[in-house]
Ligand binder design. Structure first.
Ligand SMILES: Cc1cc2nc3c(=O)[nH]c(=O)nc-3n(C[C@H](O)[C@H](O)[C@H](O)COP(=O)(O)OP(=O)(O)OC[C@H]3O[C@@H](n4cnc5c(N)ncnc54)[C@H](O)[C@@H]3O)c2cc1C
Length: 499
């Protein structure tokens, strides 16, 4: 008689939860995912308004280059397929400062030429930057097994494949973006290097991000974020996994210091051999298991917002019907100051989704504006009454619209508002702590946050979430899902070769 399969219950159907579900099925476990929302995907999301699709995640997906280990992971979970097509984007982003316009192109030589032409007096720093972006393009995150399970030979292999990364870390690993920008004399270059990521990010993170684009390992899969999540759902279900949407989980059941199942908000009890928490980790500690299980490392990072900041955004989407608004891609520009979430905004970014004609009716396209917000702004939004909140959102939209028209006069009479959302939206939709859709920012001089995905004092409970490794993001989420199953399978002495 065949032995019955062990059962894994996963709380949360974001990218990490779906990945855990798929790897769980590949390792021959019975798997059920419980997701609070009507659809899976979590923060890898998109939604429809007025005949348009608003894509709210993938600006670049690390691991799209064929032959890389991470690409294999994305293919295993069905997020990418052999013939997945990618957006035809030729740049990372463009910065406009006064009359100067400068772009970080996908073609690094083109960037070099453009930067040197703009500011010959910054030649030394420009050349250094370009050279180190080339070095950073070798950076690959380990995806075979969790780092704490890696042996000497794994480290030797990893070190050999990233031979030049130490040079990047030496030059850019101990300064933040603010300081990096300060090395340049031209104001447009100072702005360029503080536009994309919060300026407190360690500069090496930025180089790795740009290098991912340059090396062709950070493309945008066509169809967008929701379509990618849906492909993972399909893969999970085809493998025999069960997905329960509209089913919030109220707590993880713990007996004799061991996770034994879950209880849903509708008080249904589901027993399991293993539980994987794939929700935001603060949601897990506070609501699913109890804050007494939060160890000192988690506590100090959550408490020390200066060393471990979090960020979110106020965003607004519009439909435009005059073709392009002004060039392609993402553009940052100075604007007349205004306040949103209590923060003084002097620069905003707009992204055009011209590469996705399906996202808008024929002849139209969606553009989105993103304004960064931090802990302080989250608290501001949180402190408002419902009425004040709605009014302030309206006010933000009005201010944004006005500034877009100043920067891109061509849009006048051709722009229709679609939606506006804030850090509170992410909190409501995903239980995201303070609305943060990434993990902790890595600052210079501060050890980058990383934990093993286990909870001290509870056996058979595993964490699969972007939160277990800074800075979070989709690659961390997908590997966190894989690693949770890797640990369970190893515990059960299963063969791991399918993984
Ligand atoms: C605007 C934006 C842009 C981004 N851009 C990029 C990008 O370009 N590249 C990149 O790599 N990453 C990007 N990210 C980040 C990326 O979306 C996240 O890192 C990733 O989706 C996190 O996945 P996760 O599974 O760890 O968490 P989540 O997506 O938060 O998944 C957790 C799931 O748990 C569910 N849940 C919560 N509480 C409960 C409960 N009690 N019971 C049941 N279910 C529950 C939630 O509904 C959610 O579905 C972006 C995110 C946003 C919002």
């Amino acid at each position: 008689m065949s032995e019955s399969k062990k059962k894994i219950v996963i709380v949360g159907g974001g990218i990490a939860g779906l990945a855990a579900g798929i790897y769980g099925r590949l390792a021959d476990y019975e798997v059920e995912i419980y997701e609070k929302n009507p659809v899976a995907g979590g923060e890898c999301m998109g939604w429809n308004r007025k005949g348009c699709h608003i894509d709210n995640c993938i600006h670049w997906l690390t691991g799209t280059k064929k032959g890389t280990a991470l690409r294999k992971v994305w293919e295993t979970v069905g997020a990418l397929e052999e013939h997945t097509e990618f957006a035809d984007c030729d740049s990372f982003y463009t910065s406009i400062t006064g009359n100067f316009r400068v772009t970080l192109w996908k073609d690094l030589e083109r960037t070099k030429e453009e930067l040197l032409k703009l500011s010959p007096e910054d030649e030394k720093e420009i050349k250094k930057f370009i050279e180190h972006v080339k070095y950073a393009s070798e950076c690959e995150m380990p995806v075979e097994k969790p780092m704490d399970a890696m042996g000497i030979s794994d480290y030797i292999h990893m070190g050999a494949s990233m031979a030049d990364m130490p040079k990047v870390m030496k030059e850019y690993g101990s300064i933040d973006l603010q300081e990096m920008a300060g090395r340049f004399k031209h104001p447009a270059l100072k702005a360029l290097f503080t536009d994309y990521l919060p300026r407190e990010y360690v500069a090496s993170s930025f180089l790795v991000s740009y290098a991912t684009i340059v090396s062709g390992n950070g493309e945008i899969p066509l169809g967008g974020s929701l379509a990618m999540a849906n492909r993972m759902v399909k893969r999970f279900q085809q493998l025999g996994g069960k997905l329960h949407c509209n089913t919030p989980v109220r707590r993880i059941l713990i007996k004799n210091r061991k996770a034994v199942g879950i209880e849903t908000a509708a008080q249904k009890v589901v027993l399991a051999d293993y539980v994987i928490s794939s929700v935001d980790t603060m949601e897990m500690f506070c609501n699913l298991i109890g804050k007494m299980y939060m160890d000192a490392k988690w506590q100090s990072c959550y408490a020390n917002t200066d060393k471990y900041p979090l960020f979110s955004a106020v965003q607004a989407a519009f439909m435009v019907d005059c073709g392009t608004y002004d060039g392609k891609g993402t553009i940052f520009f100075d604007c007349v100051p205004f306040e949103t979430g209590g923060r003084n905004v002097t620069r905003i970014s707009v992204k055009g989704y011209d590469y996705e004609p399906e996202f808008a009716p024929e002849g139209k396209m969606v553009v989105q504006v993103n304004i960064p917000q931090f802990d302080k702004e989250y608290l501001y939004w949180k402190g408002l009454t419902k009425e004040e909140y709605e009014n302030q959102k309206k006010e933000a939209v009005r201010a944004i619209e006005e500034r877009l028209l100043v920067q891109f006069p061509k849009l006048r009479g051709h722009m229709e508002f679609l939606d506006c959302w804030t850090p509170i939206t992410y909190e409501r939709y995903c239980n995201a702590y303070h609305g943060s859709y990434m993990s902790f920012i890595t600052k210079k001089g501060v050890k980058s946050f990383r934990v093993r995905g286990l909870v001290k004092g509870i056996r058979n409970l595993y964490i699969a979430s972007q939160w277990i490794m800074a800075p979070g993001g989709l690659p961390v989420a997908v590997t966190a899902g894989k690693f949770a199953i890797w640990r369970i399978a190893r515990k059960d002495r299963k063969m791991l070769e399918k993984m």
